[in-house]
Design a protein around this ligand. Structure first.
Ligand code: SF4
Ligand code: SF4
Length: 184
């Protein structure tokens, strides 16, 4: 999911994802948060329901309580993979690479005891050079953590205020409005 990842200070780096069959983009369900939904809908100029799919929530504390049920939001799938994965001959590319969801940018890294590590028990076949990616991934993972915390708090606020359930469209309006306030 970090495929074709290019940031300002990494334009000349060769990424292992460039030559991978991107099983991560085919096998994982991609959960999205408020910032992810905001970035995708603004950049693609699309109503979020064009790229979101509803999943029954497993975590009853963090599920979104709407008319449609207690739900989570994930990216839509297409051809047994993420809808944004494009295959051309032998290569795969993420068509929303510049603004893909934060968990896609993070994978397969995590922070443990303030240090960057590669996740264990995952499908990524690459033994990543942690030192090489530290300066890119540490700031991203910290930002990612805050965005998920922000989203969890929004869900908590929504569920507490809206005991009489409202439609998912109202929840999306609520979160997109809150994220947009961060950018004014
Ligand atoms: S499986 Fe690993 S190397 Fe392949 S695209 Fe995903 S993160 Fe990159
Ligand atoms: S958004 Fe891009 S990186 Fe994330 S799963 Fe889809 S194709 Fe892969």
């Amino acid at each position: 999911m970090t495929l074709n990842m290019v940031t300002d200070n990494s334009k000349n780096k060769k990424f292992p994802c460039d030559s991978c069959h991107t099983d991560c983009c085919k096998e994982y369900v991609i959960f999205v948060n408020a910032h992810d939904i905001y970035r995708l809908s603004m950049r693609l100029k699309l109503n979020p329901m064009n790229f979101l799919e509803i999943l029954g929530a497993k975590d009853y504390d963090l599920g979104i309580n709407v008319e449609e049920g207690l739900i989570d939001l994930i990216l839509k799938q297409k051809n047994d993979g993420c809808m944004f994965l494009e295959e051309t001959k032998d290569t795969f590319r993420c068509t929303v690479n510049d603004f893909k969801p934060s968990i896609c940018k993070s994978y397969p890294f995590q922070i443990k005891n303030e240090k960057l590590i590669q996740m264990s028990d995952i499908m990524c076949p690459v033994d990543w050079n942690i030192k090489e990616f530290e300066s890119i991934m540490l700031p991203h993972l910290k930002k990612d953590y805050h965005e998920w915390k922000f989203y969890d708090n929004l869900i908590l606020e929504w569920n507490t205020k809206n005991l009489t359930k409202k439609p998912l469209s109202a929840f999306l309006k609520f979160i997109l409005n809150r994220v947009s306030l961060e950018f004014v």
